[in-house]
Write a protein of this length. Sequence first.
Length: 196
Amino acid sequence: MHRTIFSTPVVNTCLRAASRGFLRATGWRIEGELPPGAAKAVLIAAPHTSNWDLPYTLMVAFSLRLNIYWMGKASIFRFPFGPVMRWLGGIAVDRSKTNNLVQASAEALVRADGPVQLVVPPEGTRGKTRHWKTGFYFIALEARVPIVLAYMDYHDKRSGLGPIFTPTGDVEADMAAIKRFYAPIRGKRADLFTSE
């Protein structure tokens, strides 16, 4: 996986302190820590309802000493922002093409040297949707890594890492269990998020 802001030593240290200070000053609580056995993991990023989710996710990742990579629509990786987005841990996803993103992502996780967490928003969009995509689930299943239930609750101003979820292969039952965890959590635009 490519070098990111999270693996740039001096920058990482400075931004960790700045992130913690900003979050504390604005009333946010950071909860949890990366569970043992989740050095390589898929992190669900939910709810995803606003462009503000990215900067807050980055600050929380710095605060928790994570080494994240995140998926975003290809259009935000165009010039002149592409190099910056990749340095921030971004991986461009072309949603107009059918490609084997699940397999490629799983292989990248397996091959990664050291701890790496792949952040995937299950909704696949900031807009309202009733259907969660299952790519994150199959990436974790294929790479044989756990899913960490990460969250950002704008109403209660708390964000962090919840429990580990190990996929069983029963997609329907597993997705229902994951959605139950997210039911009480409210995104920046709560009207756009559903965990039904």
